[in-house]
Every structure is written in C-alpha cells, then in structure tokens.
Ligand binder design. Structure first.
Ligand code: PLP
Length: 449
C-alpha cells in the first residue's frame, strides 16, 4: 500500500483529526470510526488512501458521466484558472458562458433555447421554481402560486426543493416548508411492476392524480409540476409507459408548467442527452447539474422554452428582468469544465452510449433476480436499482452492509433505503459491468442471513 497522504490529518483508527469536518448526508460517528477516503481517480476507478483500486459503479455521485480526470476537462480547467479566475455574472459576463449556453441549448429538446446557470442541482431546482412563479406573474396570471411535487421525489436540499420533494427524512427535521405546495402520488407499484425491464407496463393512470389536485385547488392556482423523469434518490423508479405523456397532457390542458428535474437523468444516463428525449416528452423547463460539468467543478443549469424567457423581456430595457442569480453563476472554471465535458461526450459518443449498453446492462443486473432477499430490480439506460427486503427492525441496514462489503471488494455502489443503486460512468466496458454484478452478487450472498 502507498504511504497514506492524509496521515497528517488522520489519527483515530488509522492513525483522528477527523473531528472538525461535519460530513453531509453521512452517518458521521460511524464513518469516523473507519473512514473511507479517496485520494486519486482515473477513468472508471478511484484509489483509496491505502492504495486500493475501487471500480466506480455510481459515477462518483451520479455525476462523473465521462469518467474521471479526462484530459480535455482537466486541461480546460487548468487553462481557465491560469487565464481568468473569476468574472462577475451580474451586468458583466465572459465569453465561455455564452458558448456553453449555446451548446447546452443545442442538446436539450427542441424549443428549450434559453439556459440559466447555477452551481448545483439544488440551486437549479430553486431557480426553476422561481422562474415558474415569476413567469405566471409577468404574464398576468399571478394567482398561479402553487407548486406541485411528487411523493418520493428528490429535488435537492434547499427549502423549495425539500417542499416539493417527497422524502420524509429530508423534511421532518426542518419545520414549516414553503407554503402552497402539494404532491401527486409516486409511481412505485411493486405489486404490478416488480422486476420490470426498462419502463414498467402499468401505471400511466397514476398521472391522473394531478387532476385530483386540479379539482381540489383549481388550475388557476397552480404554477408548475416538478418531477424527476426517473426518481433516482428514492430507489431508481422508472416511469411507467405513457405516464409522462399523460402528465404532459394534463399540464397542457390546465396551463400548468411541467418541470423535469434531470439532475440524474440528464447528460446521457438514459441513452440520450436528456430523459425527455428517451421518454419522448418535452417539459417546459429542464433542471440539470452533475453531468453538465462531469462533477469536476460544481455547476448546474436550467433550460427553458423560448416563450417562458420571452415573457420576461417586456419592461424597459435597462431594467433587470429576473431578480435572481448567484455570485458563482456561470463561473469561468465551471464553464470551462463543462465545455471540456461536452467535447468529451461528443468525441466519444457518450450521450448515446447508455442506449448501446443498456441491453447488456439490463441482462446483467436482472441476473441478480433470485439472489437472497432481492425483491425488485429496476433499470433504464445505465442506471439500476436493486431492492432488498429489509432486516426486520433495521431498515436500510442490509443494503448498507452490502455497500460496505462491495467497497471492501473494490466496487463503489450507492444505497438508498434498502435499494442498491448503480449508475456507472458512461465509458464503462462490459467487463466492468461483469465485475460490478459479480461483486454485488457476492456481497448479497454474504449478507443473506
Ligand atoms: N435533483 C435531483 C433529481 C438530484 O438527484 C439531486 C442530487 O442528487 C439534486 C436535485 C440536488 O443536486 P445537488 O446535490 O447538486 O444540490
């Protein structure tokens, strides 16, 4: 094993000045007893501080879609850092922001021509929700103030996002949410759809739940509906056939904006640049982040239909049209990283690669059917969820133990509740898929009891 480069910080079990760092979405006390540290990454792999190679089966955190430390992205960031560190994005700009927006707009579904930049998925969600509210207001329908999310939705961790979101753990600690929010039912229906390959057959009618909310609140009070095309963080829930189309129809019927949160499904995950293209349904607004900059520098974005943007362009020309933005919106390093990322995607055909590999990946993942405690498997493109029956009285423990086991055996996966999630970099080869599935299978068997 290589010398531990973090030895100066790490005491505790391996040497613990681990105290000061309060880790996000982490079981801090448990982690600090036995820390897992990455210090190097390349292509499909990470290396730990102990020199162990780990195959990345989740693209970092669903974001490193082009694989790690790709040359064009590294060079773009290095060059930009040397050339200009920062430029103010309010009443000023730099050329790469325009270049990037143009390139992003060409990859989004037709009609989504305008792009606003942020620094994360959570900020993109807040931006999209505020755009939707302001859009109705600027065009004289200011009664449309209600936002509709969906049960089991995840839209980041800021107040708008947790309000429209549907994960109780992310809401219950924080008191009052944003007011005027409601939720449609989720699409997870294991009784009818367990072990579906790709899109489940049953459940298009679940979109009709939006009609219930229209009947309850009246369409004139509803601004927008936000859903993830595939709910990622609540277990990889693939939309039933026809579901998103039906949601689109109901939104159109009632003048409600449809927002797709494509933070995970964007940038090639489902076989097209965006899930909207895979599922053949065009929303009014797309929320993105993660794969936009390959995770190399934090960045998010919101793409909107031309008419939404244009509705704002009415007042006196010297006045700001949309009172929203971040100090680091369109940060030069993030734009450079994203341009390097898009070039890498284009050079290597990565935005359609998930489609090419999806049959092999689906067969491999569904090969886990019949293993101990496996109660459902869900997949589309290069993303999958393997759901396990929980240990009685200890929800999420079985999946977490399997995660730890896989890590020890050299494969990084992710868990959410008792679902194992796979979402590898799009440069993955079949042999890597085999290694991931073999490792997961071994871990599932070792934790059968
Ligand atoms: N929306 C979705 C669908 C996500 O999956 C995530 C993160 O996983 C977010 C929003 C939040 O993104 P971030 O963590 O960059 O704020």
């Amino acid at each position: 094993a290589a010398a531990n480069p973090l030895a100066q910080f790490v005491q505790g079990p391996r040497g613990a000045a681990l105290d000061a760092y309060w880790m996000p979405f982490t079981a801090n006390r448990q982690f600090k007893k036995n820390p897992r540290l990455f210090v190097k990454a390349q292509g499909m792999h990470y290396w730990t501080d102990e020199g162990r190679q780990v195959l990345d089966a989740v693209a970092g955190l669903w974001c490193v879609n082009a694989g790690h430390n790709r040359p064009k992205i590294v060079q773009a960031i290095q060059q930009q850092a040397a050339e200009m560190d920062y430029a103010p994005p309010f009443q000023m700009a730099h050329p790469k922001a325009f270049e990037l927006a143009d390139k992003v707009a060409k990859l989004t579904p037709a009609g989504l021509n305008k792009v606003f930049f942020t620094n994360s998925g959570s900020e993109s969600v807040e931006t999209a929700l505020k755009m939707a509210l302001a859009y109705h207001k600027v065009r004289g329908e200011g009664t449309r103030t209600r936002l509709i999310g969906r049960e089991r939705g995840y839209h980041g961790v800021n107040f708008g996002g947790i309000s429209v979101g549907g994960m109780v753990a992310n809401r219950k600690q924080f008191g009052a949410m944003v007011s005027g929010v409601d939720h449609i039912v989720h699409t997870h229906d294991p009784k009818r759809n367990a072990f579906s390959m790709g899109q489940p057959e049953h459940g298009a009618e679940l979109a009709d739940d939006l009609e219930r909310l229209v009947a309850l609140h009246d369409a004139s009070t509803i601004a927008a509906v936000i859903v993830e095309p595939v709910a990622g963080s609540t277990g990889v829930l693939v939309p039933p056939k026809g579901y998103l189309n039906r949601l689109r129809e109901i939104c159109d019927k009632h003048g409600i904006l449809l927002i797709f949160d494509e933070v995970i499904t964007g940038w090639g995950r489902t076989g097209n640049p965006f899930g909207a293209q895979t599922f053949g349904v065009t929303p009014d607004i797309i929320v993105m982040a993660k794969g936009l900059s390959n995770g190399a520098v934090p960045m998010g974005g919101v793409a909107v239909k031309q008419h939404i943007h244009d509705a704002f362009m009415n007042g006196p020309e010297h006045l700001i049209e949309f009172f929203h933005g971040y100090t680091y919106s369109s940060h030069p390093l993030a734009c450079a990283a994203a341009l390097g990322t898009l070039e890498t995607y284009a050079d290597e055909g990565l935005l359609t690669r998930a489609g090419e590999l999806s049959a092999y990946f689906a067969q491999a993942v569904h090969g886990l059917r019949g293993e101990p405690n496996v109660i459902d498997i869900r997949n589309i493109g290069l993303v999958a969820g393997i759901e396990l029956s929980p240990i009685a009285g200890s929800p999420a423990k079985r999946a977490f133990d399997i995660f730890l086991d896989c890590y020890e055996k050299g494969v990084l996966i992710r868990t959410t509740g008792d679902t194992l999630a796979l979402s590898p970099p799009l440069i993955i080869e079949r042999s890597h898929i085999d290694q991931i599935i073999d490792t997961v299978r071994g871990a599932i068997r070792r934790h059968a009891a």
